[in-house]
Write a new protein. Structure first.
Length: 162
């Protein structure tokens, strides 16, 4: 007969393996590298259409977001942020923006993060998500686009070192 310690270790090991397997399954369809293409007119034009049809209802046709986007509303959720220069979108690398869009903030950030941002997985293809994000970036001032490019390069170098 097994003692309780052996049973608990066995159960813990099984749960750990199941958790790792679940994580691998959930994230296995993520592109390993994501690069927005704001300088490609065709991609940006497709992205504008996708943004207008899927994102503008919350983030605004002019990418201005919802009022008081930094303050939680009565439901405890953060309103949709702007994607123009007044927001923080450009502070995040391409891969993070992609993951937030595809998987939604709750799944990406985890915990009890409250937001109305729904995941677009199963709604938009990876290419459509990249196009919409490329459109957003194409609207930023050139200097901001350059800073975002430098951020992405820095993140890629960090990832390559790990």
């Amino acid at each position: 007969m097994m003692d309780i310690k052996t049973v608990l270790v066995a159960i813990s090991t099984i749960l750990l393996i199941a958790g790792i397997a679940t994580g691998v399954f959930i994230w296995s369809d993520r592109p390993t590298s994501v690069s927005l293409r704001p300088y490609d007119a065709k991609t940006a034009a497709m992205g504008k259409r996708i943004y207008t049809e899927n994102c503008a209802s919350c983030h605004g046709i002019n990418l201005k977001g919802q009022p008081n986007w930094t303050d939680r509303n009565s439901a405890g959720k953060l309103p949709a942020p702007p994607h123009d220069p007044s927001g923080h979108t450009w502070h995040h690398g391409d891969k993070i923006l992609f993951d937030l869009t595809k998987f939604g903030t709750a799944k990406f950030i985890g915990g009890d993060y409250k937001s109305d941002m729904l995941p677009f997985e199963g709604v938009l293809s990876d290419e459509e998500i990249i196009a919409a994000l490329s459109y957003i970036k194409s609207t930023w001032p050139k200097e901001m686009q350059k800073r975002h490019d430098l951020l992405n390069e820095s993140l890629r170098q960090q990832e390559a070192q790990n």
